[in-house]
Design a protein. Structure first.
Length: 623
């Protein structure tokens, strides 16, 4: 394939150009430039074009391709002028920008009168020749268009043909440009190969936050039907919105942890600067935590495998209902403090999601986040996990002992899920940790000071457990400093659509999975006793069992009746979650949801109807 090609004005120059290239042993193509089909040059694989005068100008104005203009050497011009002087003394030299200037200096030497003029296009060229004829010019010197025009006007002419020197010079220039182009192509292909075969994901954006580059690793995280390049970042990777902050501030963010499309990642946000000053873009690099390279082995073994990180942030919490937005707003305020937080809500509402989000927005976000489920371990094991132990503290204790979770959470946050399940015998030791901020390992007499924040969660009524002497009253009040009540999904029907669509996107393996409006209504009619977690697993079930890409209400209702449990209202259950505060917004939303029915609204809020009446009076609510 010829990457360099001479684009001739007409077929008159083709034989001459080919003979010159053959004589000089140059491997270059020759073709006539067709203004009606200019892209023929590019379509044939040409990377650099050789052309002369007006042809070079036309190609530059039409195609995005390097053009090397063939010069007119002084020797060629001199020969043409000597030849013209034999035809007349008044010589008109007319051409484009490649024409040598100052030829009138040759007048005394050749005993002639040269008038030199220039033009930008063929119409202007013709007009200039007509003007020269009217001025009594004897001979026209120029290229093929100029001499053909002179011939039509019955004027003498001398054509400046291609020469070996001119063509060789232009070819060498083109070869240098081609080398640079191929080097850039090779560099780009090498970069593309590196990016596409690395285990890291790469996403680059321009100054406006539009994605300009995405490698295969990152592309695999989104469905094939989503076009990432030239799309705003927030529409493809809303989880990486910190990249836009990097664009604004110009500051890099390294070794951060996030939850992206179902996986935990470690990511870097790096600004791209022009002359190390103006930010013109940014790039995010990330890797699945489970595939971090051996160079990060220590981090993975000592930190990540223990779960000492928080991946969720508040923007991961989906929903547009007033209750969930109010809940997020309250949690964001809590994040700016160091006070203990008690999160209350039914199973599956996302208590740990809020706990991680609070940690990631808090001043402790660079510290560890330690999560432990108090109901998942026997009492003896839970004690050793929380407080740690010394070597020989009990049979089976590890050599050199083991640090407890309270120690590992130093300068960070510890999240105690299902705190209501903590055995009474451990509650007193835990209370001491809360009060004194010190811990002692099992089998040790050494006190270890710790700086931790406590976030606890429960799906039970701790006040009832306190009354039954199953939970220490002093510990309850010590935990219940800041209280966050997460409403169940049945109380925020608007959020069901947002969550369902998010889960549909997540489980779209072989194409887009969509819900009809009736399907969404069918989902909203069900009460979801397992809340968002149950909804997520239900959508996964739909994606596996159903063969449809557009899910309608019939599919939803059929699968709900076959696979999901019948719900019992929260107000009738002894495990209904405790509500220490009922806000004005929650009351208004409950009344709106129940169309003004106070009995049903009180049932949703988990309070007595008379309590609802008093609260409505307090908040001046009249419905």
């Amino acid at each position: 394939m010829n990457y360099i090609c001479y684009a001739a004005y007409s077929y008159d120059f083709v034989p001459l150009a080919k003979s010159i290239f053959k004589k000089l042993n140059i491997d270059a193509g020759v073709q006539v430039y067709d203004p009606a089909n200019p892209h023929k040059l590019i379509d044939s694989g040409v990377k650099v074009v050789l052309a002369r005068g007006g042809t070079a100008a036309r190609i530059r104005n039409t195609l995005d391709i390097p053009v090397v203009e063939i010069p007119i050497p002084f020797e060629d011009m001199s020969r043409a002028l000597i030849k013209a002087s034999k035809l007349g003394k008044k010589i008109g030299v007319i051409g484009y920008g490649n024409l040598i200037r100052g030829l009138d200096l040759l007048n005394p030497l050749l005993n002639i009168n040269i008038k030199q003029v220039f033009a930008d296009n063929e119409n202007e060229m013709r007009n200039q020749i007509l003007k020269l004829k009217s001025e009594g010019i004897d001979v026209i010197v120029g290229g093929i268009f100029q001499t053909n025009t002179a011939k039509e006007l019955d004027m003498n002419y001398v054509r400046i043909d291609l020469s070996e020197k001119a063509l060789e010079y232009a070819y060498n220039e083109a070869k240098s440009i081609l080398h640079t182009i191929i080097s850039n192509i090779r560099t780009n292909e090498e970069l593309k190969a590196i990016l596409d075969h690395t285990k890291e994901g790469y996403v680059a954006v321009d100054k406006q936050g539009i994605i300009t580059l995405i490698n295969k690793r990152a592309q695999k995280l989104i469905p094939d039907y989503i076009k990432a390049v030239d799309t705003p970042l927030e529409k493809v990777f809303p989880e990486l919105m910190d990249l836009l902050n990097t664009l604004k501030t110009g500051r890099e963010s390294l070794q951060e942890i996030a939850y992206l499309k179902g996986i935990n990642i470690l990511y870097n946000m790096i600004p791209i600067k022009l002359d190390n000053k103006e930010v013109i873009g940014a790039i995010a690099t990330f890797n699945d935590i489970d595939t971090i390279t051996k160079g990060e082995h220590k981090i993975r073994n000592k930190v990540l495998n223990k779960g000492l990180y928080a991946t969720y942030k508040f923007h991961n919490i989906k929903g547009r209902s007033r209750s969930i937005k109010s809940c997020i707003s309250i949690a964001e305020k809590y994040a700016n403090t160091n006070s203990t937080v008690l999160i209350i809500g039914e199973t599956g509402v996302g208590k740990e999601l809020f706990a991680q989000s609070i940690h990631n927005m808090s001043p402790r976000r660079t510290g560890p986040f330690v999560a432990v489920n108090c109901a998942s371990l026997p009492e003896s094991i839970l004690e050793s996990e929380l407080f740690g132990y010394e070597e020989g503290a009990f049979t089976g204790a590890k050599k050199n002992g083991k640090a407890g979770l309270f120690e590992l959470a130093h300068n960070g946050t510890i999240f105690l899920d299902e705190i209501s399940e903590m055995p009474l015998t451990l509650q007193s030791r835990f209370l001491r940790v809360l009060q004194e901020k010190r811990v002692m390992r099992l089998g040790s007499d050494h006190i270890i000071p710790i700086n931790i924040r406590i976030i606890a969660a429960t799906n039970k009524r701790i006040d009832t457990l306190v009354a039954e002497n199953k939970f220490r009253e002093d510990l309850f009040f010590r935990l219940n400093v800041l209280t966050l009540v997460i409403p169940p999904l049945r109380e925020r029907k608007l959020d069901i659509q947002d969550l369902a669509e998010e889960y549909c996107l997540h489980y779209s393996k072989n194409g887009k999975l969509d819900l009809t409006e009736d399907a969404v209504k069918a989902l909203q009619e069900y009460d979801w006793p397992g809340n968002a977690r149950q909804l997520k697993y239900f959508i996964e079930k739909v994606s596996v069992i159903s063969n449809k890409s557009l899910i309608d209400a019939d599919v939803i209702k059929d699968m709900l009746s076959r696979y999901e449990p019948v719900f019992t209202k929260a107000g009738s259950s002894s495990n209904a979650y405790f509500r220490p505060h009922t806000t004005k917004e929650e009351i208004e939303q409950a009344l709106e949801l129940c169309k003004g029915n106070r009995t049903k609204a009180a049932e949703i809020l988990g309070i007595h109807r008379s309590s609802l009446w008093r609260l409505m009076k307090k908040h001046n609510i009249y419905k």
